[in-house]
Write a protein that binds this ligand. Structure first.
Ligand SMILES: Cc1cc2nc3c(=O)[nH]c(=O)nc-3n(C[C@H](O)[C@H](O)[C@H](O)COP(=O)(O)OP(=O)(O)OC[C@H]3O[C@@H](n4cnc5c(N)ncnc54)[C@H](O)[C@@H]3O)c2cc1C
Length: 505
């Protein structure tokens, strides 16, 4: 889902924003005229899910208005690693990989213990391959060694997971020209720096328009036949995030516009929120600061990416998990049970000198330097002092390490069943690295049905209102786990399906 760093260059940003501002900086008179139109489709949020919905609706001649809060379309695709998964793709065929939607479905449900929405998961697997092939036909390419079975999350049984060389931008670079083409034809109109702040309803409760506010604080009303909420999740809104997930937002890493407005808009007309309880932390975030939400400082590679040399302890100074467990999902769920979801890597100088890269994009020697200055890294010649500096229980940490070393020395099996034990922890200086369980998505979102209609708690659809992307909750598509590609793939796939399904008058 994440990890190797992908950055949008300033140049890329300027090119994007320049082009699109030209298409959307309308004078007031034009904006008023746009307000008098009755749009076939209004898409709230020009991001991962909203753009394909707009493209497919517009390509069939529907008049689409995209309302976008940011000064640029693209949303989380600018940050996302853009790793997606689908069965029966052209990329698989080229490598002779046999796959089917059923196998994809079984893999998803195995990894997330049947916790994603079965109907939505079924729709996803049946259409993800077609969606990826559509991207490919329009210029999307992937790393030569992809598709793969895994990147940083529990593996699929079949290689169906892939990433473009520019991450999410590899996908955006396919969507953007299509949006521009439909914009030039007059089928798509984009209002940038404009936020949806309310939904309009007719007297019988049908949704029939959107109230927006532009950057000057002016409000406008736009009437539409179908309104699509595609405004992303709430993983940049600490207050709402904690309210919905019962967990603080530990890390500020999501798209800044992911403020959860779509969730509130859906709720305001009778929709309901579900899925916050599915929250699961990811492994290994080193935060820049102790205050939440903190920016990210670095990320430790998990057991899917490298076999661990270090041990893991909680704030009690006790080990709590088999560090080389084959399932990172298992480890993440055990981290969820530890105080504050914190976990510390403990290692010694020998390990540091010999082990493969521990932290993404860092040589291991950098850990020595950071131990002098960054607060999540500590170093000391004595285990007891290391524990005190790190805020860990000193006696427990001593006995934890003694037990680990004794078992290794006596050739006894490890207390937690760990197999990979290359070295004991005995060569000073000793190091601790404090890591935080964290997330970059909101698991909570609006309840929808199989037509992507927003529904009331009893299941009745709210007429003309649809939701796709993270506004329906990452938990709906990925369950209580991080299943490979289950953020971006459903966002694009459902967007495509919804855009294709809206009928002209
Ligand atoms: C760093 C990072 C890496 C990730 N990597 C992966 C990955 O590799 N694979 C994967 O499957 N998932 C990944 N995810 C998750 C995935 O990228 C997201 O779930 C998905 O992109 C969300 O798509 P969306 O369309 O719902 O939201 P977005 O793409 O964020 O689009 C929402 C749009 O709505 C706009 N908006 C917000 N509020 C309003 C408003 N009130 N009015 C108008 N516009 C509004 C926003 O500006 C934005 O443009 C990652 C997430 C992050 C943060």
């Amino acid at each position: 889902m994440f990890y190797e760093k992908i950055k949008l260059t300033k140049r890329e940003f300027l090119i994007n924003s320049g082009k699109l501002l030209a298409l959307s900086s309308f004078p007031l008179s034009t904006r008023l005229a746009l307000g008098n139109q009755h749009w076939d489709v209004i898409v709230i949020g020009g991001g991962t899910a909203g753009l394909p919905a707009a493209i497919f609706a517009a390509q069939r001649g529907l008049k689409v208005l995209i309302i976008e809060k940011a000064p640029i379309i693209g949303g989380t695709l600018f940050l996302s690693t853009g790793q997606i998964a689908g069965a029966g793709t052209i990329f698989q065929q080229r490598k002779g990989i046999k796959d089917s939607p059923d196998q994809h479905y079984d893999d998803i449900m195995r990894i997330n213990h049947n916790t994603s929405d079965p109907a939505l998961t079924r729709i996803l697997v049946d259409h993800a391959g077609t969606t990826i092939n559509w991207l490919e036909r329009n210029g999307y390419s992937i790393f030569n060694h992809h598709p793969v079975k895994k990147i940083a999350h529990d593996p699929f049984k079949v290689a169906r997971y892939q990433q473009g060389p520019m991450g999410g931008i590899s996908i955006l670079n396919v969507l953007r020209p299509m949006v521009e083409q439909e914009t030039k034809k007059g089928n798509i109109t984009i209002l940038l720096e404009t936020s949806a702040i309310d939904l309009m309803q007719s007297s019988n409760g049908d949704v029939n328009g959107v109230v927006v506010e532009n950057k000057e604080g002016k409000t406008m009303e736009y009437k539409g036949r179908k309104i699509i909420l595609a405004s992303g999740g709430c993983a940049s809104n600490p207050q709402l995030y904690e309210e919905l997930h019962n967990v603080p937002l530990y890390c500020q890493i999501a798209y800044p516009q992911s403020q959860g407005m779509g969730l509130l808009l859906g709720q305001s007309v009778g929709g309901y929120l579900r899925g916050g309880e599915k929250y699961s932390p990811l492994y290994g975030m080193i935060l820049a600061d102790e205050k939440y939400p903190s920016p990210m400082f670095a990320i430790v590679k998990n057991s899917i990416e490298r076999l661990p040399w270090e041990i893991l302890v909680n704030s009690e100074g006790n080990r709590f998990v088999q560090e080389d467990h084959e399932s990172i999902d298992h480890m993440e769920h055990v981290i969820k049970e530890q105080p504050g979801h914190r976990h510390w890597a403990i290692l010694d100088q020998n390990m540091l000198g010999q082990m493969p890269q521990l932290i993404y994009n860092w040589p291991n020697e950098r850990i020595v330097n950071e131990s002098e200055k960054q607060k999540m890294f500590k170093k000391h010649d004595s285990i007891r002092e290391l524990a005190i500096k790190s805020g860990l229980h000193p006696l427990n940490l001593e006995s934890t390490i003694r037990e680990y070393n004794d078992n290794l020395n006596d050739n006894n099996s490890d207390t937690f069943g760990r197999q990979h034990r290359p070295l004991p922890i005995k060569q000073p200086p000793f190091y601790s690295i404090r890591m935080q369980g964290w997330s970059l998505v909101s698991f909570a979102g609006l309840g929808i049905n199989e037509n992507f209609e927003v529904i009331k708690p009893g299941g009745e659809p709210i007429k003309n209102l649809y939701a796709i992307g993270e506004v329906i909750g990452f938990g709906a598509t990925s369950g209580n786990s991080y299943v490979n590609g289950m953020g971006v793939t459903p966002a694009i796939t459902y967007g495509k399906l919804l855009g294709e399904s809206i009928k002209p008058f």
